[in-house]
Design a protein around this ligand. Structure first.
Ligand SMILES: *[C@@H]1O[C@H](CO)[C@@H](O)[C@H](O)[C@H]1NC(C)=O
Length: 139
């Protein structure tokens, strides 16, 4: 099942088809199923993410880095602005592309301050949320 979902996700990437919010949520669920156990993160730690509550704990931070890796928005172990813009253009619903790219641009330099990929993923995501909570979604 997981493999089928991953294959479907990669197919979406390959065909440049944007996703609906429902597809994004389903893809997010699939990513969480893979990243949550890998990082020993509990539901209590992860569920608040969607309300913009970022718990500063290793499990949460590394979970976020895992999700970003799966979403192809990391390069060389750090969140990558160009990769994220590319993914936003490819995948997000039309009305979300511009606001998402604005938030990414506003947070472009945040990862520079952190060596650790988990720290960088955590702080860049927090920055994106603070910039525009209305478009924020985290699986
Ligand atoms: C998760 O917990 C297991 C068992 O306690 C441990 O062996 C593993 O190293 C932990 N993984 C991470 C990423 O912390």
């Amino acid at each position: 099942m997981l493999l089928v979902l991953i294959a479907k996700f990669l197919m979406l990437l390959a065909t440049c088809e944007t996703m609906t919010m429902k597809q994004i949520r389903n893809t997010g669920k699939m990513m969480r199923k893979s990243c949550q156990p890998k990082n020993n993160a509990t539901d209590e730690q992860l569920d608040p993410l969607n309300e913009g509550v970022f718990i500063d704990e290793k499990e949460v931070k590394c979970y976020m880095a895992c999700i970003m890796r799966m979403a192809n928005t990391m390069k060389n172990g750090e969140p990558n602005y160009d990769a994220a813009v590319k993914q936003a253009d490819l995948l997000l619903p039309e009305e979300m592309k511009q606001p998402a790219k604005e938030a990414l641009f506003a947070c472009k330099k945040v990862p520079d301050d952190y060596k650790d990929p988990c720290d960088a993923a955590f702080h860049v995501t927090k920055c994106i949320f603070n910039h525009n909570p209305s478009i924020f979604f985290f699986p």
